[in-house]
Design a protein around this ligand. Sequence first.
Ligand SMILES: C[S@@+](CC[C@H](N)C(=O)[O-])C[C@H]1O[C@@H](n2cnc3c(N)ncnc32)[C@H](O)[C@@H]1O
Length: 280
Amino acid sequence: MKLLEAITKGANILKKNKIPSFFLDSEILIGKILDKKREFIILNQNLEIKKNDYLKYISLIQKRSTHTPLAYLIKSKDFWKSEFYVDNRVLIPRPDTEIIIEEVLSIVRAKKIYNFLEIGVGSGCIVLSILNEIKHLKAVGIDISQKALEVCKINSKRLCLNSRLKLYKSDIDKFDIGKYDLIVSNPPYICRSDLNNLMKDVVDYEPKYALNGGNDGAIEIRKVVKKSSKLLKKGGKLVLEIGHNQKTKVCEILKNNEFYIQKVIKDLRKQNRCIVSIKI
Ligand SMILES: C[S@@+](CC[C@H](N)C(=O)[O-])C[C@H]1O[C@@H](n2cnc3c(N)ncnc32)[C@H](O)[C@@H]1O
């Protein structure tokens, strides 16, 4: 069978199953099986593919039809300037989270900061992207999930950053190691009652411990703020990702824990997404 015919067949199956990006996804999935980049796939649509490869590809198409996220099928997600290994142990890095990277880079470049803490590393997309940019920096990362830490370790080794990142398995409530000039966190912040309204790709496949922010969506945020207030040095900064409707609530939590709100940053859709605050 020719490549184009296989892609079209796969795309039709995905379309029937209401996958919005059906054609792109089938090109990416055949690329995964043939171990070729998308450019190659686009330029070689008359290529004959082996029956065995076709069967492996159709098996991926069937998984994608049930809304298994593409990133979990190809075990990869681009974020900032790197490619990260991902599977169902971690949240798939989101483009909106890149505003945290921009913000942290400007803080680190303006101030003399030598190490920082990330609370809830997941795949490691935040902490590793920052370490990759600023060569003198070291970091500590924690996560409540051992499985997430295993994925973060895979990525830190792949990016040759493992010597500059120390990881701990810990609930933020129980973490007491070190004092920091900078803490970064993208904690789970979805209200428990809203979890089932998320896209099927998210609610059925991504880990609940990375999404569930409890009854009001702010349970983990409260923990992060409270503990950061202890772990940050005076004048240190907390860069926090929040849900688009959480600005007022989180600003109040921060003020109650001796933080001064420096700025609120909007994401690509112009929604409030990140709060930068300073420990008074
Ligand atoms: C929204 S995900 C963010 C992952 C990654 N930093 C990113 O931006 O893609 C939140 C992460 O926090 C971790 N987490 C949840 N509750 C935690 C807690 N109480 N203490 C430490 N980590 C926690 C989860 O396991 C998950 O990996």
